[in-house]
Design a protein around this ligand. Sequence first.
Ligand SMILES: *[C@@H]1O[C@H](CO)[C@@H](O)[C@H](O)[C@H]1NC(C)=O
Length: 196
Amino acid sequence: MARLSSVVLAALLSTIVTATDLAACGDAQYDPSKDTCFDNNFLCPIDGEVRELRCGDACYSLDQFSCSNTALVDNAVIGLDTLLDCGDKRFNSTDYVCHDGDFLCPFVCIDGLSRCLTGTFDRRATLRCADACYDPVKFSCIDDELHGLPPPNTNCLPLGGTFMGAPTCCPGLLAVADHCRDFCDFSPQLCSEVPG
Ligand SMILES: *[C@@H]1O[C@H](CO)[C@@H](O)[C@H](O)[C@H]1NC(C)=O
């Protein structure tokens, strides 16, 4: 118990939480690089790039399912005209995720893009922290408070980056001549605006 308390205290005193620090999720300790803590008591795994989300008492992957209120819906049965429920609101699962059955959070595009390419792999869902939505790549939520995370350690070039030789642009960016460019500037018809 003393050990758990000191971990929680250290996390609270620090505004920067590194990915390898253990954090508390209710009575459990977890590695935030391997799991996400929902509602201070429910862990869902992070499998590579795929962060599973909570839906009722299940964890789900956005490339297979969406969450309507607290029930899973197979993406295969969601048509272009399907809206899902989130408490007293209805939402388009291309633009939002429903947390806790009544709290909508928008998707954000991968870094450097103002619009997302059509498809799921270039966007990530924001999570709930008390009454806010946050990008889990930039913040962590500890006891309902947001804490900044250090920038992810990537070797890829951001928007506007220049390269010599083989291009190493970050995912979603297009290598044009010696620059990393926003794909959406070239093919706006394949891109969609995201809210927020
Ligand atoms: C949801 O958003 C997508 C992409 O913008 C759009 O094609 C689809 O028609 C929308 N669905 C509804 C029900 O509004």
